[in-house]
Write a protein that binds this ligand. Structure first.
Ligand code: 13P
Ligand code: ZN
Length: 267
């Protein structure tokens, strides 16, 4: 039996996946989620590892860390139906992941495991509370990546100017990567590099990665960015009569005591 706390995390992950699916961001098996668990693996019965998975990079920095991760190819609308098949709990050991629980019937960790683990390693250094990484396919952000400059300063400024909450909850802005093939270590390493300065990283013409101190926090950041992208797409082709000016953004930052990304405001 899993301890109650771990069952709660599994439920919370499945609920987050279901929300993403409800938003229309999880077509087919789109999206993946991981969480660093506050345990060392000894909680699991029959601790002799049943299976292991090979990584395409050396994750020794995370040795001994235990993660709850979604399985590759799984549909987010269905995770709660059979979590033991669709989710796994793994422990990092160099270039391998030891399976401690789950992935029954041959399941395996998400194909984006490199981006998740590498991002966890970076975010743990930036903010040890950032235990959750979410990847999903938000429609408006992906559409915006097709028509907007991919310069992350410009992209971020456009988002901030759409609605107050965007600066308030994403004062670091949004990092942007050009399109890259997904599911390998190249995009994983590039994502983690961006995670040094951003907790949200957009993959042009694909989706988004976000780190947070829980499922709500990580998903909430994506919701904010996605709302701003939707507002942009709804108005970009119309004559803009007003948006939030740089002076107003600065006023908001001062009022909310935000440390806004250096050099991103024109004031
Ligand atoms: P997985 O099913 O392997 O997690 O892949 C989904 C996805 O969104 C790839 O970027
Ligand atoms: Zn994806």
């Amino acid at each position: 039996m899993l301890k109650g706390e771990i069952i709660d995390y599994i439920r919370a992950l499945a609920r987050t996946a279901r929300l993403m699916s409800g938003y229309g961001w999880s077509e087919r098996n789109a999206g993946n989620i991981s969480m660093l668990l506050p345990c060392n693996g000894t909680e699991f019965p029959a601790s002799a590892p049943k299976r292991s998975f090979r990584l395409s990079f050396d994750a020794s920095e995370l040795n001994g860390r235990v993660f709850l991760v979604t399985g590759t190819g799984e549909y987010f609308r269905n995770l709660a139906l059979s979590p033991k098949e669709k989710l796994g709990i793994v422990r990092v050991k160099g270039t391998e992941l030891e399976l401690l629980w789950g992935f029954q019937n041959g399941g395996a960790p998400t194909s984006e495991i490199s981006a998740h683990l590498r991002s966890h390693a970076v975010r743990l250094r930036e903010n040890p509370a950032h235990s959750v990484i979410c990847h999903t396919h938000p429609t408006n952000l992906i559409a915006m990546s097709a028509v907007h400059s991919l310069d992350e300063r410009e992209f971020t400024r456009t988002l901030w100017k759409q609605c107050s909450e965007c600066l308030m909850f994403l004062p670091d802005g949004v990092g942007v990567l050009p399109w890259l093939p997904c599911g390998d270590d190249r995009i994983g390493a590039a994502t983690a590099e961006k995670m040094r300065g951003f907790r949200v990283v957009l993959w042009a013409n694909h989706g988004i990665f976000a780190a947070g101190n829980g499922f709500d926090d990580a998903l909430g950041s994506i919701e904010i960015a996605e709302k701003a992208a939707e507002l942009y797409l709804k108005t970009a082709h119309l004559p803009i009569r007003q948006n939030i000016s740089d002076v107003q953004l600065l006023e908001l930052a001062r009022l909310c005591k935000l440390s806004v990304k250096e050099g991103y405001l024109n004031v």
